[in-house]
Design a protein around this ligand. Structure first.
Ligand code: FAD
Length: 379
C-alpha cells in the first residue's frame, strides 16, 4: 500500500504503539496528544503474553522484558490472609510465555524512544473529526488538518468516538473506585497477588527495581472523594489488612496515590467509519479485572498496521473491525463479570465465592485466561 498520512489522536499506550507500527511500515505518522508530556504516570501495569507478542511485533518486546519483573508468585487470598488459589505461573509461562509487570513510565520511555520525539505533537487537543470522502479532517485547538487515515486512541472519553459512532452510549460506572500507588524499594518482596474481601480488593505487584505497584478497589458512589486525602482513605480501608499490606503502605509517598472511578464502555456497533478507526479504550474501555485493557490496545495497534500491509485501505479497515470487535467484546464482558464477583459484599455470597476459589485447581485460572493469552499478530 502507498504511504499514508496518518494522524493518531492520543498518546497513550495504544496510540503510541499504533504510531510505531505504522511508522515502521513507512507511513507518515503523527501522534497528537493533549497533555504536555506523555507517560508521566506513577503506576504499574501487567503485561500478558498477548501484549508482549504485540510489543515484539513493533520491535520493543526485548527492551520491555529487560525492564520488567517476570514470574512473581501470585494468586488470591481471603481477607484473613489464607490462600484461596495460587496461580501456577510456571505452567502459564510454559504454555504461553511469561507474564510481566512494568512501571508505566518505563514502558512510555521505551515507546517514546521507538517512535521519535519529532512524530509526537504535545499540547494538541482534538475537538472533532469531519469524515469526508475519502480524506478526514481533524479539528484541534490550533486549527484543522487533513489525513488519509485517523486513529482514535483518545481513551475512555474519546472525541473521535463521537464521529465514528454518534449514538454510542456513554461509559458506565462499574460501581467501584480504584487507588493506585507505588512503594519505595522493598528488596525482599517477590510474592504478589490479590486479597479479596467484602466489596474491597487489594493487589500487590512487585516491579523490577524492587518497588511495588499496588492497587485497592472498593465499592463506592461515583465521584466520591476523601475529604482528608486519598492516602488517608487507603489507610483507613486497608491499613489492617494481612501482611505485607500495612508495611507496604508505610513505604508509599502519600502524594503519589492516584484514584480513578472504574468505567466500562457499552459495546459499540463498529470501530470504523470512513477512514477513521478506534482502538484501545476509545473502542472498548473495560474494567481492569483481567488486566487486559492495555494489552488489547497493543493488539489493536499491531493488527491494524498489519492489515494495512495486505490490502486496500477501506478493505483493511473493514477487516480490522471484523477481527477486533468480537474479541475485545468477549474479553470486556468477561472482565466485567469477574469484577462483579470480586466486588461482592453480601457475606453469604462472599463465603460461597471464597469456597469456590479454594476448591479451584491451580490450572483453572490460566485456563480462564486462555482466550486472552492465545493471541498472535496477523501474518
Ligand atoms: C486501576 C486500573 C488498573 C489497570 N491495570 C491494567 C493492567 O494491569 N493491564 C492492562 O493491560 N490494562 C490495565 N488497565 C487498563 C489500561 O490502563 C487501559 O486500558 C489503557 O491504558 C488504555 O490505553 P489507551 O491508549 O487506549 O488510552 P489512554 O491510556 O486513556 O490514552 C488516551 C490518551 O489520549 C489523550 N487524549 C484524550 N482526549 C484527547 C483529545 N481530545 N485530544 C488529544 N489527546 C487526547 C489522553 O491525554 C491520553 O494520553 C488498568 C486500568 C485501571 C483504571
Amino acid at each position: 500500500m502507498r504511504a499514508l498520512r496518518v494522524i493518531v489522536v492520543g498518546g497513550g499506550i495504544g496510540g503510541m504503539a499504533a504510531a510505531i507500527a505504522l511508522h515502521r511500515r513507512g507511513h507518515d505518522v503523527e501522534v497528537w496528544e493533549r497533555a504536555a508530556a506523555v507517560g508521566e504516570v506513577g503506576s504499574g501495569l501487567t503485561l500478558w503474553p498477548n501484549g508482549l507478542r504485540a510489543l515484539d511485533a513493533i520491535g520493543v518486546g526485548a527492551e520491555v522484558r529487560s525492564r520488567a519483573m517476570a514470574d512473581t508468585e501470585g494468586g488470591i487470598r481471603d481477607r484473613s490472609g489464607r490462600w484461596l488459589t495460587r496461580t501456577d505461573t510456571e505452567k502459564v509461562a510454559d504454555r504461553y510465555g511469561p507474564v510481566v509487570a512494568v512501571h508505566r513510565a518505563d514502558l512510555f520511555d521505551i515507546l517514546r524512544t521507538a517512535l521519535g520525539e519529532d512524530r509526537l505533537r504535545l499540547g494538541v487537543t482534538v475537538t472533532g473529526v469531519d469524515i469526508e470522502d475519502p480524506a478526514v479532517q481533524v479539528l484541534h485547538s490550533g486549527g484543522a488538518e487533513t489525513a488519509d487515515l485517523v486513529i482514535g486512541a483518545d481513551g475512555l472519553r474519546s472525541v473521535v468516538r463521537t464521529a465514528v459512532c454518534p449514538h454510542a452510549r456513554p461509559p458506565r460506572y462499574a460501581g467501584y473506585t480504584a487507588w493506585r500507588m507505588i512503594t519505595e524499594p522493598q528488596p525482599d518482596l517477590r510474592q504478589g497477588g490479590q486479597i479479596w474481601g467484602s466489596g474491597e480488593i487489594f493487589g500487590i505487584v512487585p516491579l523490577a527495581d524492587h518497588r511495588v505497584y499496588m492497587f485497592g478497589a472498593v465499592n463506592a458512589a461515583e465521584g466520591e472523594r476523601a475529604p482528608d486525602g486519598e492516602f488517608s482513605a487507603v489507610r483507613r480501608r486497608f491499613g489492617a489488612w494481612p501482611d505485607p499490606v500495612p508495611r507496604l503502605l508505610d513505604a508509599v509517598s502519600p502524594d503519589s496515590v492516584m484514584r480513578h472511578d472504574i468505567y466500562h464502555l457499552p459495546d459499540l456497533p463498529t470501530f470504523v467509519r470512513g477512514r477513521v478507526a478506534l482502538l484501545g479504550d476509545a473502542a472498548h474501555a473495560m474494567t481492569p479485572n483481567m488486566g487486559q485493557g492495555a494489552n488489547l490496545a497493543l493488539e489493536d495497534a499491531v493488527t491494524l498496521a498489519a492489515l494495512l500491509d495486505n490490502g486496500e485501505l477501506d478493505d483493511a479497515l473493514r477487516r480490522y473491525d471484523a477481527l477486533r470487535r468480537p474479541r475485545t467484546r468477549a474479553l470486556a464482558h468477561r472482565s466485567r463479570r469477574i469484577g462483579t464477583v470480586a466486588q461482592w459484599s453480601w457475606t453469604p455470597a462472599v463465603r460461597a465465592r471464597d469456597t469456590a476459589l479454594r476448591l479451584m485447581p491451580g490450572w483453572a485460572m490460566p485456563r480462564a485466561f486462555a482466550r486472552a493469552l492465545d493471541w498472535a499478530p496477523p501474518a
